[in-house]
Write a protein that binds this ligand. Sequence first.
Ligand code: ADE
Length: 225
Amino acid sequence: MEFNIITIFPDFFDSFKKESLLKRAQEKKLLSINVYNLRDFSDGKHKVVDEKPFGGGLGMVMKVEPVYKAVKAIKKKKTRVILFTPRGKKFTQKIASEYAKYDQLIFICGRYEGVDERIAKYVADEELSIGDYVLMGGEVPAMAVIETVSRLIPGVIGKQEFLKERISKIKGRGGNAFVEYPQYTRPEVFNPKKGSSWKVPKVLMSGDHKAIAEWKKKRGKVIGK
Ligand code: ADE
């Protein structure tokens, strides 16, 4: 799996790429994260990537040509070109498992007040939002999608058995939904201040595997329906 990010802020991804699990996954050649500076695809001395909107209006608009050129240069294999915008379809666990089937994903990180509509219409395959709120651009959404999709690539998150245990077998969900249940570790009782006692549920200390499994099922929340 190849993740390709087109951005005017490539430095955003420096530490993200070096984060332990993603770093190890890249070293193991399970995935690669390639960051492209949009300015490298713009003509002229000044590397202009945005201009004033036609018809007037506030702020600047991201130009179509550099984005088109960048996508053309990167595109190969079985790919999906995704433009991040708050008006796009909402990202879910289900969409992540669809993305995990591609060889290559290309992310266009919009910035400024907007992008030329022709990017959405002709360059991108789809517009994606990570939630009903407005961020400063597509860089944080790109990281959210990369983390979510990476976890689904076998070998990326070490303990495959652990992953399997949490995969819901609920019908019609293709095994891609996750059960997220509350977890505890030592100490069994924590008394942060006088009169308070934060305890671990007794069932988890019981050694009764059947009762524990039932508790997990009952308390678990299914993510990615
Ligand atoms: N760009 C700005 N806000 C966004 C959001 N919520 N999702 C995706 N891209 C965005």
